[in-house]
Structure formats: structure tokens, C-alpha cells
Design a protein around this ligand. Structure first.
Ligand code: ZN
Length: 477
């Protein structure tokens, strides 16, 4: 026993806390004001990490338990479309997905089968409200059986407190049952932010409820004499920023005369749509277009520009659209904004970056033409779009990623018609308000720049386990 924070401390258990929607700046501000005494007590080591793009729930949960970016997890969006399935069968359940609804039960099925999860690698393990659960099984996945009932009650009352209380109960139970890895997500900061705006007192109340639950967790660990042997980590899937302008992106495509498939209407679900638009967050979107011979194969760059010569420029003429990206025929991902265009490629653990016209839309004047993943993060960390070139490029490694990917400008989102109630806060984009999240630890971590994919190998190595090969993260301890 004794000091927990010695470099050679062996932890018998790890508890990872995901504070959904808590951006780094907001959390740090509350800790500094003394509003979150248990956070300050539980985590002597305060740091930050950059999350993944898209910075949305579920998509940005998976990297914590697989160590991989979304493009390699098979879960590239909160909503997505799979052209192969759509071309193959009019009835397939897997033509398109919306994790906001019953699709949430299919996350584990969608997750890349070759990516082992922390639940599979560290046994016994328990998932309390995390959206990825593969390896925990339905009985170690709190809310697996009662999720629909809680969601229905929340929709009716708008009251998150019963969900928060149930989460605390499940967390304490998981500790008592001796689970070696526990993933615990606290959801109401995100919920209240969308509804009331990121600075509303009801959001601060949610943070305080979280802090009280953390107090209960610490007391439980202390009563059992287990606190020193337990690794505690806290991070988030994304931050939040205020929004008051909403683009109707689905309508943008309909107005061009395209039969457009989107949730919740699913016009053209029978195999006959001209475009599919999948918004998530709601500050990002995937747009899918048929190839010259139909939906089975994607259109290349030339085919997109031939069929839709002004589409990218028309999108960029909308104030809501900051960047449009696509796969170029040069094997690079191209990202165009009003300022100019860059071409990015990931190759052998390096990020290749080149300005191909005008200026970098992310504002980076002097990025290295070739940088290691770590160096790229360091070069972009303090800008408005940390890690953005890499994060855009990684997304295009999924076959479920759109032919065009859109990231919104701050203050805007992309789903005007379907926000009920209207969102007052948003996330999903590449902007730092959405991408920079806290990374707090009970154990000292490597002080260098971190990504949320680093949590996975860090948990494994602090538990004395070997992280698998072929992951995107690096151990921070
Ligand atoms: Zn979230």
C-alpha cells in the first residue's frame, strides 16, 4: 500500500470514468473554482487529451476501449450509411445506422471484429453506461435490458437524475463485485448542455452530481481498503460549444433535386436514393453519393466532380460549412475550406501534409510535410484545430465513411429540421472546443501531448498487461 503515485505502482484494478461532453476548459474552470472537490481529490494528475473526429458520443467512446481511431473501429459516425449493404439488399439491417435509437444495440456488432476491447482483454470487467460493450456481455452491461424504458422516461420528463442515480448504483455494485476493469460513463452533462447551452446552471448542477458520485466511489474504495491499488482515469468523448445557427443540410441536398436518404425519414431506403446524408453531433456530416455504376462501388474524385461540378463550392458558400473533405485520386485525403485546400496522407506511422491551393483551412502555416503521429499532435496542439489533418485522414480508412465529410464552423450545426428540442450546444466538429478533453489520472502520466486512443494501452500497461499490436494509441505510463 502507501503512496499510489509511485511510477512502479502495480494496480489491481482500473476504473475509467467518461464524463460525456465535458470539454477540458470547462472542467478545469470548475475544478479551479473549487466546485468539484472530489475530482480534485481523486485525480492529483490533471492533464488534457485530444479526442477523435467525429467528436461525438459512441464514435468517440470506442477508442477508449480499443485504442484505435474511428476509421479503424468500423464506427465512423453517430449515423452512417454502408453502400455495400445498401446495394446488396433492400432489407439488410445494416444498410444505415443511427446510434441515437435502437441502433445503439448494434454497436458491438458494428465494431471491427479484429479490434480487441478492454472488456475482452481484462476480465472480469463491467460496463456502466458505456455505448461499446463487446466482451462484457449483456449481464455486465448496465442498462442493456432497461435502456429503452429509461430513454422513454427521459424523453417524457427531461429529468436526468434517475439515470445518474442508477449509474451510481451500478458503479458501486461493480466495485463490490471485484471487477478488474470498470468503464463508467456519466451522461447528463452532455444531455443538459444540448438542451440548455454549455454554460447553463443546469449543466453546472450535472457536474456537481457527477462530483457527488465520484465522492461515493472514493468512499466505497476507501471502505474496502482498495483505493491505493485502483487506477482511476477520467476523460471525455468531446466538449461542447454554444450554437444558434442551424443549417438544414438534408434540405440542401433535396433542393438540388436529389432523392436524399436521412434519418428519421429514410426516403429511398428501398434502394433508390441519389444521396445519403448522415449528420451527427450535430456539427459534422457524412455525405454519400452513388458511383457511375450505382451504389456498390464509391465514385472516385473525378466522378464526384463530374456528376456534381459545383457541389463542394456550394457547400462552402454556406456559412455553416467550414471544411469539406474527400478521398483524392492521389491517395490523399483532400480538405477544402474557403481559405484553400490541403492534402493529407497517413503512411507508416507518419502524417504527410501539403497545401495544394491557397492556405490551410485549419490555419496551420508551417506544418512539417512529414511528421510522426506524436510530432503532428505537438505541432497542432495549440491551434484552433488540434490534430485536425490526422483526424480527417484516419476517418477515411472506413468503408462506411462518406464520399464527402463535412465539419461545421463554430456557432453552427447541420441538422436544423430535426432538432427537437432545438440544440443550444453542439459538438462533432474538428474545432478545439469539441476536440480538447480532460485526461485526469490517479497515477502520474507521461507529460507529452496525449490522445484519447492512448487510454487503452495506458490502462493495460498499468494493469501489467501487454497492449496488442496494430493500435493507434501509445501507453502514457
Ligand atoms: Zn457525448
Amino acid at each position: 500500500m502507501g503512496a499510489v503515485s509511485r511510477g512502479d505502482a502495480r494496480h489491481e484494478r482500473a476504473i475509467f470514468v467518461l464524463l460525456d461532453g465535458a470539454g477540458a476548459k470547462r472542467l478545469e474552470g470548475l475544478v479551479e473554482k473549487g466546485e468539484l472537490p472530489n475530482v480534485a481529490r481523486a485525480f492529483p494528475h490533471l492533464g488534457r487529451a485530444v479526442t477523435v473526429f467525429p467528436s461525438v458520443t459512441t464514435v468517440a467512446y470506442a477508442p477508449f476501449v480499443t485504442g484505435r481511431f474511428p476509421g479503424r473501429n468500423g464506427i465512423p459516425g453517430l449515423r452512417w450509411f454502408d453502400r455495400r449493404e445498401y446495394a446488396r439488399s433492400r432489407l439488410s439491417l445494416h444498410r444505415f445506422r443511427d446510434y441515437c435509437g435502437p441502433g445503439s444495440y448494434l454497436v458491438d456488432r458494428d465494431l471491427e471484429p479484429s479490434a480487441p476491447t478492454l472488456y475482452e482483454l481484462v476480465k472480469p470487467s463491467m460496463n456502466v453506461f458505456g455505448s461499446v460493450s463487446r466482451g462484457a456481455g449483456p449481464f455486465r452491461n448496465a442498462l442493456f435490458f432497461t435502456r429503452a424504458a429509461y430513454a422513454w422516461r427521459l424523453r417524457r420528463t427531461g429529468d436526468w437524475r434517475p439515470i445518474d442515480a442508477r449509474g451510481e448504483l451500478e458503479l458501486v455494485r461493480a466495485v463490490a463485485r471485484g471487477h478488474r476493469f470498470i468503464f463508467y460513463a456519466f451522461l447528463s452533462v452532455d444531455g443538459e448542455s444540448h438542451r440548455f447551452g454549455p454554460d447553463d446552471p443546469r449543466v453546472i448542477d450535472a457536474f456537481r452530481r457527477f462530483d457527488a458520485t465520484l465522492g461515493t466511489l472514493l468512499a466505497t474504495l476507501e471502505a474496502r481498503g482498495e483505493r491505493d491499488r485502483t487506477l482511476l482515469l477520467l476523460s471525455a468523448d468531446h466538449g461542447h460549444s454554444a450554437v444558434d445557427r442551424h443549417l438544414d443540410l438534408e434540405g440542401f441536398f433535396e433542393k438540388r433535386g436529389l432523392r436524399t436518404l436521412y434519418f428519421p425519414r429514410l426516403v429511398g431506403a428501398n434502394g433508390r436514393c441519389d444521396a445519403a446524408v448522415m449528420v451527427g453531433g450535430n456539427a459534422m456530416a457524412h455525405v454519400y453519393l452513388p458511383g457511375p455504376s450505382g451504389w456498390a462501388t464509391p465514385p472516385d474524385e473525378t466522378a464526384i466532380f463530374r456528376a456534381h461540378p459545383t457541389l463542394v463550392e456550394d457547400l462552402l458558400a454556406e456559412d455553416a460549412v467550414h471544411v469539406v473533405a474527400w478521398r483524392g485520386e492521389d491517395g490523399r485525403v483532400h480538405a477544402r475550406g474557403r481559405e484553400g485546400e490541403v492534402a493529407i496522407r497517413l503512411e507508416d506511422g507518419a502524417v504527410l501534409h501539403r497545401v495544394v491551393r491557397g492556405a490551410d483551412p485549419f490555419g496551420y502555416a508551417n506544418l512539417s510535410a512529414r511528421a510522426s503521429l506524436a510530432a503532428h499532435l505537438g505541432e497542432t496542439l495549440s491551434g484552433d484545430y488540434p490534430d485536425a489533418p490526422l483526424q480527417l485522414a484516419q476517418l477515411f480508412s472506413s468503408v462506411r465513411t462518406g464520399d464527402l465529410v463535412i465539419s461545421a464552423r463554430p456557432g453552427h450545426d447541420l441538422r436544423d429540421r430535426f432538432e427537437d428540442p432545438e440544440h443550444r450546444s453542439t459538438h462533432g466538429s474538428l474545432h478545439r472546443e469539441h476536440m480538447v478533453v480532460p485526461l485526469l489520472s490517479s497515477h502520474p502520466l507521461d507529460p507529452g501531448p496525449a490522445r484519447t486512443v492512448d487510454v487503452f494501452p495506458t490502462v493495460l500497461s498499468l494493469l501489467g498487461e501487454q497492449p496488442p499490436d496494430a493500435i493507434d494509441g501509445r501507453a502514457l505510463a
